[in-house]
Design a protein around this ligand. Structure first.
Ligand code: COA
Length: 208
């Protein structure tokens, strides 16, 4: 069967969420379930400043890259928390042990900030001061395990890059865990370079 890359549409949402669960089986988002991931990823198929490209086989998503203009709007993790909020609560009620998931511990301040945003109904803008040129963020890249190592990440990054260039953007930026060596290799292979680091992750960028 032929594998193709294209921009995702709303009808792809369930397939993208299913792919996410296969690629990140241990992540908190996946543990919260496919419905949560569908809600969390929906803004990427709806909002004008976001998009997703998928690698698909007969319209079944086998890998995707999410893109978000770094335009001062809510950060990618907050977008997902806000959008998946209601389903997230339902999932936590049915699986309360997930409150002790390591990601919950690591992102507690972000989660609390988003709970207060939700309750107070405030959508605080944040000013991005460190992007010296118009930048597209790539918050999620993944390829289904059975299809890894076949160059799909490379093709997905290329699709995002072409779109960013057409929109007049000059730089791509992403965050990757220091322990995720295959991903770091894939990004270096696509000519990303490490520009900053914190305890657990690297920030990588590529001028386009
Ligand atoms: C990281 C990931 C997206 C790479 O996707 P992929 O389609 O397998 O990558 P590609 O086949 O395009 O590989 C590009 C380059 O990356 C490197 N690479 C990819 N997978 C690798 C692996 N498992 N081990 C070592 N290097 C690897 C190779 O150098 C490859 O170059 P090559 O073509 O010369 O072999 C994929 O492994 C994945 O989805 N992982 C789980 C989800 C994840 O961690 N996403 C990243 C979050 S930041």
């Amino acid at each position: 069967m032929e594998i193709n890359i294209r921009k995702a549409i709303k009808a792809d949402l369930e397939s993208i969420a299913a792919c996410h669960l296969m690629c990140f089986p241990k992540s908190l988002g996946s543990k919260l379930g496919k419905k949560f991931m569908m809600d969390a990823l929906r803004p990427y198929l709806v909002d004008e400043n976001k998009c997703i490209f998928i690698a698909h086989e007969n319209n079944i998503c086998i890998g995707y890259i999410s893109c978000k203009l770094r335009d001062g709007s809510l950060g990618s993790a907050s977008v997902m928390i806000q959008s998946g909020f209601k389903q997230g609560i339902r999932s936590f009620i049915s699986k309360p042990w997930l409150l002790f998931h390591p990601e919950m511990m690591n992102k507690l301040s972000l989660v609390l900030k988003n709970i207060s945003r939700k309750i107070l109904n405030t959508e605080t803008e944040k000013t991005i001061i460190y992007d010296n040129v118009p930048t597209v963020g790539l918050p999620g890249v993944c390829v289904s395990p059975a299809y890894q190592g076949k160059g799909l990440a490379k093709q997905l990054i290329h699709a995002a890059e072409v779109e960013a260039i057409l929109m007049g953007y000059e730089k791509l930026r992403l965050t990757v865990s220091k322990q995720n060596l295959p991903a770091i290799r894939a990004y270096e292979y696509a000519h990303f370079v490490i520009v900053a680091e914190n305890k657990d992750s690297y920030k990588m960028e590529k001028y386009i």
